[in-house]
Design a protein. Structure first.
Length: 215
């Protein structure tokens, strides 16, 4: 059985400067700005060889302008030393190809639904989305493409407040820039009492979003 490590332990490991830990499944993610599809294919090929040799397989998303990589240990849905080793080797492969990482492109989006009886509505959302239940409060895309859905338990109805909001999970070193961009775009901070864990922002009409990090 592989031992689980914390997000902090992952970040403190050597050779993983390009990677960012993201809540949403217990992931370490990196975005490599390849600049062309051909270079992206080369990097994906290298990642495939590394993963096959380690028998430890990441999620890889190839696009014309870059490659996104997500690491996790499926035994428990978190991070382990195996992810550290894989991150180090993938970073080395990217360096050989002169492909830089761009942490500003790393994020995970979650839809949060306030529910008085989450157990009653959760099966509906799993069915309509083609998702799978995960624990007592979440449904997840089995292919890890779409946002996670979290059913936040309410003790009583909350009139005058949205029943849906968006959670955006960001790297520790990117959240302040994202807040600044949101404020410059006409948003406002509704609640920062939970910072630096998360901040609640709203648009001009009061629709809310939480910007959060993972310790």
């Amino acid at each position: 059985m592989t031992d689980q490590i914390s997000a902090k332990q992952f970040r403190e490991a050597p050779g993983v400067d390009e990677w960012r830990t993201i809540f949403g499944g217990g992931w370490a993610c990196a975005y490599f700005r390849t600049g062309s599809f051909a270079v992206g294919v080369e990097l994906v090929r290298a990642i495939g060889d590394i993963a096959a040799a380690a028998n430890h397989h990441p999620d890889v998303d190839l696009r014309p302008e870059g490659v996104s990589v997500r690491l996790f240990t499926s035994d428990f849905g978190g991070l382990s030393e195996r992810d550290v080793v894989l991150a180090q080797r993938i970073s080395a492969a990217a360096a050989e190809l002169a492909v830089p990482a761009d942490p500003s492109r790393v994020q995970h989006v979650q839809v949060a639904i306030d529910a008085l009886a989450g157990a009653e509505v959760q099966p509906f959302w799993a069915a309509v989305l083609g998702y799978e239940p995960f624990g007592e409060e979440d449904v997840l895309d089995p292919l890890r493409r779409g946002p996670t859905f979290w059913f936040q338990r309410m003790d009583a109805p909350r009139p005058q407040r949205n029943r849906f909001h968006i959670d955006v999970y960001l790297p520790h070193d990117q959240v302040e820039a994202r807040i600044a961009a949101a404020l410059a775009a006409g948003g406002r901070i509704v609640d920062d009492s939970h910072a630096p864990g998360w901040w609640t922002l709203a648009d001009a009409e009061g629709n809310e979003v939480d910007l959060a990090v993972w310790d």
